[in-house]
Design a protein. Structure first.
Length: 158
Protein backbone atom coordinates (compact mmCIF):
# COMPACT_ATOMS: atom_id res chain seq x y z
CA UNK A 1 0.00 0.00 0.00
CA UNK A 2 1.89 3.10 1.15
CA UNK A 3 0.37 5.47 -1.37
CA UNK A 4 1.92 3.67 -4.30
CA UNK A 5 0.20 3.83 -7.64
CA UNK A 6 -1.00 0.53 -9.01
CA UNK A 7 1.56 -0.30 -11.75
CA UNK A 8 -1.19 -1.38 -14.13
CA UNK A 9 -2.28 2.23 -14.52
CA UNK A 10 -0.62 4.99 -16.50
CA UNK A 11 0.02 8.35 -14.88
CA UNK A 12 -1.79 11.00 -16.92
CA UNK A 13 -2.13 14.43 -15.31
CA UNK A 14 -4.92 14.74 -12.70
CA UNK A 15 -6.92 17.09 -14.94
CA UNK A 16 -7.02 14.43 -17.69
CA UNK A 17 -7.59 11.22 -15.73
CA UNK A 18 -9.41 10.11 -12.64
CA UNK A 19 -7.06 9.78 -9.67
CA UNK A 20 -8.51 7.97 -6.68
CA UNK A 21 -7.08 7.38 -3.21
CA UNK A 22 -8.57 4.27 -1.64
CA UNK A 23 -8.34 4.21 2.15
CA UNK A 24 -8.91 0.70 3.43
CA UNK A 25 -7.06 -1.95 5.38
CA UNK A 26 -9.01 -4.70 3.58
CA UNK A 27 -6.93 -6.29 0.83
CA UNK A 28 -10.06 -7.82 -0.72
CA UNK A 29 -11.59 -4.37 -1.22
CA UNK A 30 -8.37 -3.00 -2.71
CA UNK A 31 -8.12 -5.96 -5.05
CA UNK A 32 -11.75 -5.52 -6.09
CA UNK A 33 -11.27 -1.82 -6.87
CA UNK A 34 -8.04 -2.58 -8.74
CA UNK A 35 -9.92 -5.11 -10.83
CA UNK A 36 -12.75 -2.64 -11.49
CA UNK A 37 -10.24 0.00 -12.68
CA UNK A 38 -8.03 -2.45 -14.57
CA UNK A 39 -9.43 -1.66 -18.00
CA UNK A 40 -9.43 2.08 -17.50
CA UNK A 41 -6.79 4.78 -17.42
CA UNK A 42 -7.75 5.66 -13.88
CA UNK A 43 -4.91 6.00 -11.41
CA UNK A 44 -5.38 4.38 -8.03
CA UNK A 45 -3.33 5.11 -4.93
CA UNK A 46 -3.94 3.26 -1.69
CA UNK A 47 -3.55 3.76 2.03
CA UNK A 48 -4.35 1.38 4.88
CA UNK A 49 -5.04 3.94 7.60
CA UNK A 50 -5.97 7.57 8.22
CA UNK A 51 -2.35 8.47 8.97
CA UNK A 52 -1.11 6.88 5.77
CA UNK A 53 -3.89 8.58 3.79
CA UNK A 54 -2.90 11.98 5.23
CA UNK A 55 0.71 11.43 4.11
CA UNK A 56 -0.44 10.50 0.58
CA UNK A 57 -2.68 13.56 0.42
CA UNK A 58 0.29 15.81 1.28
CA UNK A 59 2.32 14.54 -1.65
CA UNK A 60 -0.27 13.94 -4.40
CA UNK A 61 -3.14 15.84 -5.97
CA UNK A 62 -6.11 13.62 -5.22
CA UNK A 63 -9.54 14.62 -6.54
CA UNK A 64 -11.49 11.63 -5.16
CA UNK A 65 -11.06 9.56 -1.99
CA UNK A 66 -12.89 6.27 -1.44
CA UNK A 67 -12.69 5.60 2.29
CA UNK A 68 -13.70 2.60 4.34
CA UNK A 69 -16.30 3.38 7.00
CA UNK A 70 -13.96 2.32 9.85
CA UNK A 71 -10.17 2.25 9.88
CA UNK A 72 -7.53 1.09 12.40
CA UNK A 73 -6.77 4.67 13.49
CA UNK A 74 -10.04 6.50 12.82
CA UNK A 75 -12.92 6.49 10.40
CA UNK A 76 -14.34 8.26 7.39
CA UNK A 77 -15.15 11.35 9.47
CA UNK A 78 -11.44 11.71 10.36
CA UNK A 79 -10.58 11.63 6.66
CA UNK A 80 -13.40 14.05 5.76
CA UNK A 81 -12.19 16.55 8.37
CA UNK A 82 -8.67 16.42 6.91
CA UNK A 83 -9.98 16.80 3.35
CA UNK A 84 -11.88 19.93 4.40
CA UNK A 85 -8.54 21.49 5.38
CA UNK A 86 -6.92 20.72 2.02
CA UNK A 87 -6.60 23.41 -0.63
CA UNK A 88 -7.63 20.84 -3.27
CA UNK A 89 -10.70 19.69 -1.27
CA UNK A 90 -10.97 16.14 -2.66
CA UNK A 91 -14.42 14.62 -2.65
CA UNK A 92 -15.06 11.76 -0.21
CA UNK A 93 -16.97 8.60 -1.02
CA UNK A 94 -17.60 6.31 1.96
CA UNK A 95 -17.51 2.55 1.39
CA UNK A 96 -19.48 0.34 3.77
CA UNK A 97 -21.19 -3.03 4.02
CA UNK A 98 -23.81 -1.22 6.11
CA UNK A 99 -24.67 1.33 3.41
CA UNK A 100 -28.18 2.49 4.15
CA UNK A 101 -30.22 5.70 4.03
CA UNK A 102 -29.01 6.77 7.49
CA UNK A 103 -25.33 6.53 6.52
CA UNK A 104 -25.97 8.18 3.17
CA UNK A 105 -27.77 11.10 4.84
CA UNK A 106 -24.99 11.45 7.43
CA UNK A 107 -22.25 11.44 4.79
CA UNK A 108 -24.02 14.06 2.67
CA UNK A 109 -24.94 16.26 5.64
CA UNK A 110 -21.32 16.32 6.85
CA UNK A 111 -19.97 17.21 3.40
CA UNK A 112 -19.12 13.84 1.86
CA UNK A 113 -19.97 13.15 -1.76
CA UNK A 114 -21.65 9.71 -1.72
CA UNK A 115 -21.70 6.18 -0.30
CA UNK A 116 -20.72 2.96 -2.07
CA UNK A 117 -22.11 -0.33 -0.86
CA UNK A 118 -19.76 -3.27 -0.38
CA UNK A 119 -19.10 -5.63 -1.96
CA UNK A 120 -18.44 -3.21 -4.78
CA UNK A 121 -20.56 -3.37 -7.91
CA UNK A 122 -18.47 -2.45 -10.94
CA UNK A 123 -21.01 -0.24 -12.70
CA UNK A 124 -22.04 1.55 -9.50
CA UNK A 125 -18.41 2.16 -8.45
CA UNK A 126 -17.48 3.52 -11.87
CA UNK A 127 -20.59 5.73 -12.00
CA UNK A 128 -20.12 7.22 -8.52
CA UNK A 129 -16.36 7.75 -8.78
CA UNK A 130 -16.59 9.24 -12.28
CA UNK A 131 -19.37 11.60 -11.16
CA UNK A 132 -17.33 12.71 -8.15
CA UNK A 133 -14.26 13.36 -10.30
CA UNK A 134 -16.31 15.33 -12.85
CA UNK A 135 -17.87 17.39 -10.06
CA UNK A 136 -14.41 18.13 -8.59
CA UNK A 137 -13.04 19.06 -12.01
CA UNK A 138 -16.00 21.29 -12.94
CA UNK A 139 -15.90 23.07 -9.58
CA UNK A 140 -12.17 23.68 -10.04
CA UNK A 141 -12.62 24.95 -13.62
CA UNK A 142 -15.51 27.26 -12.69
CA UNK A 143 -13.50 28.96 -9.98
CA UNK A 144 -10.35 29.10 -12.09
CA UNK A 145 -12.30 30.95 -14.79
CA UNK A 146 -13.09 33.60 -12.20
CA UNK A 147 -9.39 33.83 -11.34
CA UNK A 148 -9.80 32.56 -7.78
CA UNK A 149 -6.80 30.83 -6.18
CA UNK A 150 -7.21 27.13 -5.30
CA UNK A 151 -7.43 27.86 -1.58
CA UNK A 152 -10.44 30.14 -2.13
CA UNK A 153 -11.94 27.87 -4.75
CA UNK A 154 -12.48 25.02 -2.40
CA UNK A 155 -13.07 26.87 0.85
CA UNK A 156 -15.97 28.69 -0.85
CA UNK A 157 -17.67 25.46 -1.95
CA UNK A 158 -17.11 23.33 1.13
Amino acid sequence: MGGRADPRFGAPPPEKAVTVLTVSDCERDLDCLSEIFRHSRWRMLSAGSCGEAFRVLQSHRIPVVVCEHSLPDGNWRSVLNRLAQSAEQPLLIVASRQADDRLWAEVLNLGGYDVLSKPFDRSEAVRVIAAAWLHWRQRRAAHAMRGEPAERVFRATA
